[in-house]
Design a protein. Structure first.
Length: 324
């Protein structure tokens, strides 16, 4: 008995050393769930994580104790203390949760986990992650199955010796447990509606905890949001006539365009406006390009007589009924 106790203690000590080493090495910790995830999926994920991160599973009681001991050390950093506080307050180290240590971007890891998503049938007692709808159409099943569909309130008809579903039918709602009848129906129809993968619940990143919705925001999304915000500010500033840092370049450019247009129209020259080109050059270039087009429009087509002017009818003639 004493030898068994010593072995367990050594295992816990090795586990603690591993956890501390990973927390020193990696800046990010992803809290992932592995519900309905097969062992082969986990093996494949571990294999692809090599060089990018480490997935650690284990008892949550032991993990909480390791995090607490690390925060209570004399040389504990502020990051260690904050990690202990956040994980305790938000109960991140609970249930069947794994710890994925990494220095990679969250998007990179999430894309990798998505690659290892598998399709699975609806098993009895499983919690549906999505709504399941049986589509209308031919099922290929024999007419003897008609009573089975009727028991599930699915309208059918017999067409050429097989069962046709008249209207699509939602048989499972997100969050519901799959019963035996529904599981059997989906199995007979060869519908595998569920997809399972390792899901990221939240992520610790240097003092901040991000939830799953935050992780979907990439740098590209943030950049586009900033651009849209700057454009809205510039438009509002221009409309209100209030100069701001966002609208000033646009206002100056518009004002300069008006000056150039007025100069070309009035033949009034002012200093060069850039790229070694003057207002005079711009005017002459514009007039030179416009001259051939104007001449072509004014001249009649070669070989065709000019159209005769239409003879206007006299009102007097109209009044006399066309007698003269």
């Amino acid at each position: 008995m004493s030898r068994r106790t010593i072995i367990v203690s050594e295992e816990k000590k090795e586990y603690e050393e591993k956890m501390n080493s990973l927390m020193d090495q990696y800046a990010r910790v992803m809290f992932v769930t592995i519900e309905n995830v097969r062992s082969q999926q986990i093996h494949n994920i571990r294999r692809e994580l090599r060089g990018k991160g480490v997935l650690v599973m284990g008892k949550k009681t032991l993990q909480r104790k390791i995090v607490e001991n690390r925060a209570n050390r004399a040389d504990a950093s502020e990051n260690d203390k904050a990690f202990h506080e956040k994980t305790s307050k938000m109960e991140l180290l609970r249930y069947n949760t794994g710890l994925l240590f990494t220095n990679e971007d969250a998007a990179t890891i999430c894309d990798m986990l998505e690659k290892h998503r598998i399709q699975a049938p609806a098993r009895v007692g499983a919690i549906a992650p999505v709504d399941v709808i049986v589509p209308a159409g031919n099922t290929g099943l024999e007419p003897t199955m008609t009573s089975f569909f009727q028991a599930l309130n699915i309208a059918t008809k017999i067409t050429k010796g097989t069962v046709d579903i008249l209207n699509e039918k939602q048989v499972v709602t997100t969050g519901d447990k799959v019963d035996s009848s529904t599981a059997t129906l989906l199995s007979k129809l060869k519908i595998f509606p569920f997809f399972y993968r390792m899901e990221v619940k939240s992520m610790w990143d240097r003092g901040v905890v991000f939830d799953a919705s935050d992780l979907s925001v990439t740098e590209t999304v943030v950049e586009q949001l900033l651009i849209n915000g700057i454009q809205n500010i510039a438009a509002l500033s221009l409309g209100a006539g209030i100069p701001t840092e966002a609208s000033l370049p646009i206002a100056v450019t518009d004002a300069f365009k008006k000056l150039v247009a007025a100069s070309i129209a009035t033949k009034y020259d002012f200093d060069d406006f850039g790229a070694g080109q003057s207002i005079k050059d711009a005017r002459e270039g514009k007039l030179a390009a416009a001259a051939p087009a104007a001449a072509a429009a004014a001249a009649p087509a070669a070989g065709k007589p000019a159209p005769k002017a239409a003879v206007e009818s006299s009102d007097d003639d109209d009044d006399m009924g066309g007698l003269f």
